[in-house]
Design a protein around this ligand. Structure first.
Ligand code: HEC
Length: 180
């Protein structure tokens, strides 16, 4: 019994020392140009996915999908998201190319994230990824409009998208959020 306990204590101490060494000796590469090994990627992605699922639970979804919501959501997307989340038919910007993790194609995200999860992510962001939280500058109604637009993306053809893009005028207020 005594050996078991001392082994446990020594293991715990060694793990703590190793953890501190990773922190203080700069062993972990924080650059974006170095691709994470599969295991690190899996740990980070799984942690993030489960955190979002848990926090999105119980968020009530208002009626979505009106033409006005979709248009307003598109306007926000074009002004604030398109530089990182490459829109249909466009090439990634230099900013999008430099992100790690990459900013995903929102049409793909719309297929496997619930509306509450999309809402939570847009409102709060994902730390240490480049994904900003927009809840400090935008109210819930505006964020649901962005969700509305994203939910349409999987069904939208390139032509539909280009049509919307030409039809919705650029607005001076684009991306400025609500007045405080
Ligand atoms: C500066 C770059 C940047 C901008 C601007 C940006 N995003 Fe992101 N976004 C990211 C990155 C990077 C990720 C991937 C995070 C990850 O893999 O954990 C992401 C992830 C997401 C996700 C998916 C989250 C998940 O769990 O898979 C959604 C939805 C999203 N962003 C929506 C938006 C919306 C809507 C806007 C505009 C209002 C926006 N983003 C603006 C960089 C950005």
């Amino acid at each position: 019994m005594k050996t078991v306990i001392s082994t446990l204590i020594v293991t715990a101490l060694l793990s703590a020392v190793l953890g501190l060494m990773v922190m203080f000796f700069g062993w972990f590469n924080v650059s974006t140009t170095w691709k994470d090994p599969a295991l690190v990627h899996w740990i980070l992605a799984t942690t993030s996915e489960n955190s979002i699922k848990r926090r999105a639970e119980g968020i009530e979804v208002p009626p979505l999908g009106s033409e006005e919501q979709i248009r307003n959501g598109f306007r926000s997307f074009r002004a604030m998201c398109a530089g990182c989340h490459t829109p249909p038919g466009e090439d990634p910007t230099p900013m999008a190319q430099g992100l790690n993790p990459e900013a995903p194609d929102l049409a793909e995200e719309a297929k496997h994230m619930s509306p509450s999860e999309l809402f939570w992510v847009i409102k709060h962001g994902i730390r240490m990824t480049g994904m900003p939280g927009w809840g400090l500058s935008h109210n819930d109604e505006q964020i649901w409009e962005m969700v509305s637009f994203i939910l349409e993306l999987p069904e939208m053809s390139l032509l539909d998208y280009l049509f919307l893009n030409s039809e919705v005028p650029l607005d001076e207020d684009d991306g400025h959020g609500h007045e405080h």
